[in-house]
Every structure is written in structure tokens, then in C-alpha cells.
Write a protein that binds this ligand. Structure first.
Ligand code: ZN
Length: 134
């Protein structure tokens, strides 16, 4: 089997939805209020969908929403009562800024911390584009 065929073979074994073509949908965070807190039930699942760690997402959301945020198992605890749409709006901003590729719109990216530089680079594995993350 040649290299091309191997690739083809590996490709055909991928689950249907990673084959591309369809638009990436930003996961919706499932939130509810508990006393003065807001709990995101599916935080871990959302993190794995966008291929980021719950910790870095929590850091971003906590900062943007100006509330303490702690990861607790699969869930995220935001220490203030917040509306679901407010939390999701910030999460969408996060995904647009730090996950999806500016060139091709695919979420198959990772962030590189360049040595000696403060800026981080978003590298797209689908099209190879690189861009600076704010
Ligand atoms: Zn791309």
C-alpha cells in the first residue's frame, strides 16, 4: 500500500462528522442557577469539542464575565447568578477568537506559545494558517 492509499484508508475510518464540509457549530453551554452561582453542566464536554482545556476556558470566561470561575469535575462554577445567554455569548466570543481558524473557519486548531514572545499563535491543522491570538 502506498502512502496515498494509507492516507485514504485512515481517512475513510474517521467518524463521519470529522470529514468536514459541514459547518462547525459552537457547542452551547448548558447553564443553570443555583443560589448565587451559575453552574455549567456540560463544560468538560464543550471543552473537548473545541479541543481546549476546561482550565483555560474557565480562565477566559471568569475574566470576561468578571466573576470567579472554578472547574469542578465536568462542570464549571461561576460564582454569580448569570443568564445563560450571557455566558454563551462570551463562550462564542472565546471560540471565535481562540478556536476557529480565521481563514477556513474550521475548529481544528491549536495554540502555540512562541518562545520569548508574549503573543500566542493560533495554528490551523486544516489549512495551515497562522494568526495571533489576542
Ligand atoms: Zn484553517
Amino acid at each position: 500500500m502506498g502512502y496515498e492509499e494509507l492516507l485514504e484508508d485512515a481517512y475513510s475510518k474517521l467518524p463521519e462528522k470529522t470529514k468536514g464540509g459541514e459547518r462547525f457549530e459552537i457547542p452551547v453551554l448548558d447553564c443553570f442557577n443555583e443560589g448565587t452561582k451559575t453552574i455549567v453542566k456540560n463544560f468538560q464536554a464543550a471543552a473537548s469539542k473545541v479541543r481546549r482545556t476546561p482550565e483555560e476556558m474557565a480562565k477566559y470566561l471568569g475574566k470576561e464575565l468578571a466573576v470567579p470561575a472554578t472547574v469542578e469535575g465536568e462542570r464549571l462554577i461561576l460564582h454569580r447568578k448569570l443568564r445563560t445567554d450571557v455566558v454563551n455569548k462570551k463562550f462564542e466570543e472565546y471560540v471565535k477568537a481562540q478556536v476557529t481558524c480565521k481563514q477556513c473557519g474550521k475548529p481544528d486548531t491549536h495554540i502555540v506559545h512562541e518562545a520569548g514572545q508574549r503573543a500566542r499563535t493560533l495554528v490551523c491543522e486544516a489549512c495551515g494558517a497562522r494568526g495571533v491570538v489576542k
